[in-house]
Write a protein that binds this ligand. Sequence first.
Ligand code: PLP
Length: 388
Amino acid sequence: MGRFVYADNAATTNVSKSVFDSMVPYLTTHYGNPSSIYSVGRDAKKAIEVARQKVAAAIGAQPTEIYFTGCGTESDNWAIKSTAELLKQKGKNQIITTNFEHHAVLHTCEHLKKHGFEIIYLPVDSEGYVSAEQVKNAITDKTALVTIMYANNEIGTIQPIREIGAVCREAGVLFHTDAVQAVGHVNIDVAADNIDMLSLSGHKIHAPKGVGALYVRKGVRLVNFIDGGAQERNRRGGTENVASIVGLGTAIEEATKDIEARMAKIREKRDRIIDTILTTVPKCRLNGGRGKRLAGNVNISFEAVEGEALLLRLDMMGICGSSGSACTSGSLDPSHVLMAIGLPHEIAHGSLRLSINEDTTDEDVDYILECVPKVITTLRAMSPIWNG
Ligand code: PLP
């Protein structure tokens, strides 16, 4: 078999061995229902609470401020819809967000728009950043919530969250951040960062798919998202996904250890990919600013190249990446993120996102740098619009 290079860690990650090993007992021997009073039930309950402590410690929160959820999307929905419901009763019907959030936030906001909310979409600049100043200028006495992502999933730009949080705190407005792409890549401290609610997801940090968490600062009210039993302090009914919660605890503990040193190594490889492609392949551009950017994120647009064709060819060579074009999701519209930073449609269509991590080796990088330029040359040779 040829080489296999997985460079789509922003989409999902593998379950690491240590995470898997920590989960196995809760699928086999310690399979009790955490609500049961006998010992295998109590063991499961204890394991959930240990995981809660680990998630809390990873972001500087208290364990009682953490609620386990089914995914990052659920966490986003819960934070935004709960705040909207509670604050609408006080006459606040405005939500401030950006135009390049994940659909978990954008579609939740669109839902609320149908229920009488005004949604303010702050534009990001051509590098993919929003400023605290923009947030400050947009807040009115009708603002119920500001929800702005910590780091963008497509172009990797890291937002000035601490400053945005400070502006919200000063104005007395709740601040939620979707930190699904940031946890484990950036040091996060919810207190120092002035965050009231934060969403995270397990499968981006080597835990399984289908588990996430929502941080809600003590004192911030929260409505039940799922009515049922007394799980998650009566806020989210349903027997807990014990093994996955344990896996999330293990994963977040590992992902938030030595972030700086781990990211420095990844950043070096990322920069080699970016610099080599930008200097050897004509007519391409990096999407998203280089300064505050996730260490593993590469996002490059190639003129006269169709993103899906590029992905399929790379797949045939054993490289997994993703494209800024949304063709694979059944839509021919280019990515809203690339539109938000001002890319013309035809350029946005020829985009490639590679998201590398600590498992990416120098040989993997060599292979990416051997294959990508080759594929671009081949596709351009076949393109009726390439005139390079
Ligand atoms: N928010 C961001 C920024 C993401 O990148 C993702 C997943 O890609 C999500 C939310 C959704 O997370 P999940 O897949 O756990 O629902």
